[in-house]
Design a protein around this ligand. Sequence first.
Ligand SMILES: [Zn+2]
Length: 236
Amino acid sequence: MAYANDQDTFLYALSSNNAWAGYKSHQNPEFFPKLASGQSPKILWLGCSDSRCPETTILGMQPGDVFVHRNIANIISPTDINTSAVIEFAVVYLKVRHVVLCGHSACGGAAAALSDSRVGGVLDTWLTPLKAVRNAHREELQAIRDDKARAIRIAELNVQQGIDVLMANATIQDAIEERGLDVHGVLFDIGTGRIRDLGFGTRKDGGRGGSPDEVVRGRHATLVFRGGNASMKVNR
Ligand SMILES: [Zn+2]
C-alpha cells in the first residue's frame, strides 16, 4: 500500500480501524457485544512476527477465533517464559483444541541464521536456537543450491524442532492425554498464500492415511486439515 508520507500511515490506520468497526457493526450488530462477552478460541497459533503472516487474516478467520503468540522466526524454546505462559493459558484455561506452529517462506530470521555474519544486538542471541538447527543440518542445507529453497528447508527444520519442544511440554502432554489436543506443524508460503501441513506433531502422517478430515469451525470461517493441506471456507 502506498501513502503520501510515513506520517499519514498512522492516521490511515486509525481511520481504517474506524471504517472496519463501522462495517462490522453494520454487518452484524451483535459482533462486538458478543466479542466483548468473552473468548473461546479453538486454535493456539505460534508463528513469526513477520508482517506478511497475520494469522487471523491468512486463516480467513475473525477476532475471537485464534489465540496468538508470535516472535521472530517462530522459535520455540523450553526456557522462554513468554511462549510458555501463552501455551499454558491457551491450553489449560482456554482449552484450545489445536496448537499450530507455523513457519513461513522468505523468513528474515531463517536467512540470518543461514548466514555466518552477525546481525547485531540481542538478535544473534535470539537466533541461537535456529543457528543450532542450521549447524545440525549443515550438510543437507549446503547441498541446496537455490537460496529460497534453502530458506524454506531451514524453516521446515525449525518447525520440526519447535514441535519437538512442544511435544515435550508437560502442559501439552497432559492435554493430549486427557482430551486429545492436536499439535500441528505447518508452513505458510507467502508467494501463494497457502498453508502446508508438514505432518509433524500429533499427526505424523499430516492428516493422511485414511484419517477423516479435521474440521475447525471458527465464528465466520471453517478450517479443514485434509491430506497434508489446510484449507479454509467461509461459513454461510
Ligand atoms: Zn519470519
